[in-house]
Design a protein around this ligand. Structure first.
Ligand SMILES: NC(=O)c1ccc[n+]([C@@H]2O[C@H](COP(=O)([O-])OP(=O)(O)OC[C@H]3O[C@@H](n4cnc5c(N)ncnc54)[C@H](OP(=O)(O)O)[C@@H]3O)[C@@H](O)[C@H]2O)c1
Length: 281
């Protein structure tokens, strides 16, 4: 069993990629999958699941696009049932805070009869540097329908550390870790701190939700993703998740990474570098 691989669903995802790197560095055998792996794994095609699960000892599970979508709990139920049938012993699920659908999926896992962990995360800091907000940052204007709500953004390196601890330390099994960063911040505060490190001004502009969705529709985002964006910005981002938590400390015995430390890491990678514009400055 020791040599059987740990399955990572979402091998190219922000957390999945980091979880796989960490496990390999620790000498664990891994099997990272997504739609672009061989064999492919697709949440929308259950016939692809068995090949990924066969022979694995445990799995780190990131769902796509989000556990908030109405069909997610049925999909997680079917997946968990199959994982149990083929003999997996432990599932670690990445979940989101304040989402009813995510909490239904968490319960399915907890009641599955397999050892479980839930890593319930706040919004990722890396949305600013690896996700849908990077273009806004580099353009100097981040336009979102997010108001002045605060969010305790979490560093995905912390999420990966917590997931790896859950996968490799049996004493942590069957626990939920709710992970956030150490500071709840508005988008205005985030971009002010980003401006300081990148060396060009970035402003946050609040826009009406309908304008935001129309712009995404013009870019060709499918209706299901538009529904999700509305749900995230009008329901999940209504202030319900503004408190910070101790999940990183509980799992790892160290504090969560601050936004300033995240900024230094990203700036060193050049992800926000505006080559043409910076040369003109
Ligand atoms: N972003 C946040 O702030 C945040 C906060 C809390 C929780 N989460 C949760 O994190 C999870 C992943 O989000 P993320 O931001 O990490 O995503 P991401 O970095 O954009 O990565 C998405 C991953 O999903 C794969 N994928 C896309 N469609 C798929 C499908 N139909 N079947 C199987 N794999 C598919 C992609 O690889 P291929 O293209 O190769 O398939 C990729 O590996 C979601 O469940 C989300 O709810 C996100």
């Amino acid at each position: 069993m020791k040599n059987s691989p740990i399955l990572i669903i979402g091998k190219t995802a922000k957390t999945g990629m980091r979880v796989e790197q960490r496990l390999q560095a620790l000498g664990h055998s891994t099997r990272g999958v997504s739609r672009s792996s061989t064999p492919a794994f697709n949440w929308e095609d259950s016939s692809t699941w068995r090949a990924a699960l066969d022979g694995a000892q445990s799995a780190y599970v990131t769902f796509y696009p989000d556990l908030a979508i109405p069909t997610a709990d049925d999909t997680i139920r079917d997946f968990t049932q199959l994982a149990k049938e083929v003999g997996l012993q432990h599932l670690v699920l990445l979940s989101g805070r304040g989402e009813e659908g995510a909490q239904r999926a968490e319960k399915i896992l907890m009641n599955s009869g397999i050892d479980w962990n839930v890593v319930r995360a706040s919004w990722f800091m890396q949305n600013f540097s690896e996700g849908f907000m990077i273009e806004g940052i580099v353009s100097g204007q981040l336009m979102l329908p997010a108001g002045d709500n605060v969010e305790p953004f979490v560093d995905v390196d912390d999420i990966a550390d917590v997931a790896v601890a859950a996968l490799t330390r049996p004493e942590l099994r069957n626990r939920l870790f709710e992970v956030t960063g150490p500071r709840a911040m508005t988008f205005t505060e985030c971009v002010a701190e980003i401006s300081e490190v990148v060396g060009y001004p970035v402003e946050y502009k609040e826009i009406p939700i309908e304008d935001f969705l129309n712009a995404l529709r013009d870019q060709g985002l499918p209706e299901g993703m538009l529904w999700l964006m509305r749900e995230l910005f009008t329901v999940v981002f209504d202030g319900r998740n503004s408190n910070t938590t101790d999940g990183v400390m509980e799992a790892l015995g160290r504090p969560a990474t601050d936004f300033k430390e995240y900024l230094q890491k990203v700036n060193a990678t050049g992800a926000w570098h505006r080559s043409g514009l910076l040369q003109q400055a």
